[in-house]
Design a protein around this ligand. Structure first.
Ligand SMILES: [Mg+2]
Length: 199
């Protein structure tokens, strides 16, 4: 049986670095020329780094392309996605990055040898996950995970400071890295193969 995998980019395919020295923090330090530190465990960058919304907008305008193009890929992501690709599964990347960053994103994916079948720019991921018949979704944003899981699609939620307060549930499995993602994908595939035989 072949499956459609839904995969987020930022925080999943990218390695943003440690919580207390992420690429976001490093670039903000440079941009504002003052010490920026992680203050709140929230997805909202302004709140997380205690900057105001105007500063955040200025930073995003000036530096977002720098972050997107210089961020490192997550270890093992390329190898594991290549395995899935070769096994005949479909890899559907769904990112909330703005469409204007598509050429840069395609270039980054090619540069780091990350295989995929489709790339979608979509903020509201759950309806697209349903439309694309996604069997399993991998994301790092808790709100996305909850919305996708509510559509009865299992989710692997990559552990980040902004989702530390959520341990997962029957549909959402917390994972720390791609090694754990690989183990859980194997489990998912074997469970589904077994269920297929019984039905
Ligand atoms: Mg993300």
């Amino acid at each position: 049986m072949k499956y459609n995998f839904g995969i987020d980019i930022d925080g999943v395919l990218t390695d943003e670095g440690p919580d207390n020295n992420s690429i976001w923090q490093q670039k903000m330090n440079e941009f504002f020329d003052r010490e920026i530190t992680l203050k709140e465990y929230t997805y909202d960058l302004a709140e997380a780094f205690a900057i105001n919304n105007q500063e955040l907008n200025e930073f995003i305008q000036a530096k977002i392309e720098d972050v997107y193009s210089s961020v490192q890929p997550a270890a093992e992501a390329k190898e594991i996605l290549n395995e899935l690709y070769q096994e005949g599964h479909r890899l559907i990347l769904i990112t909330a990055r703005h469409e204007e960053h598509r050429p840069l994103t395609e270039k980054w994916l090619a540069k780091h040898g990350i295989p995929y079948h489709e790339l979608h720019h979509e903020h509201n991921k759950a309806p697209l996950a349903v439309k694309k018949n996604i069997s399993l979704f991998i994301d790092d944003k808790k709100e996305n995970a909850l919305e996708i899981a509510a559509k009865d699609i299992p989710v692997f939620l990559v552990s980040k400071y902004h989702n530390y307060d959520f341990d997962g549930n029957s549909k959402i499995t917390k994972v720390n890295n791609w090694d754990e993602i690989r183990k859980n994908i194997k489990l998912f595939l074997s469970k589904n193969a077994h269920a297929g035989k019984l039905s």
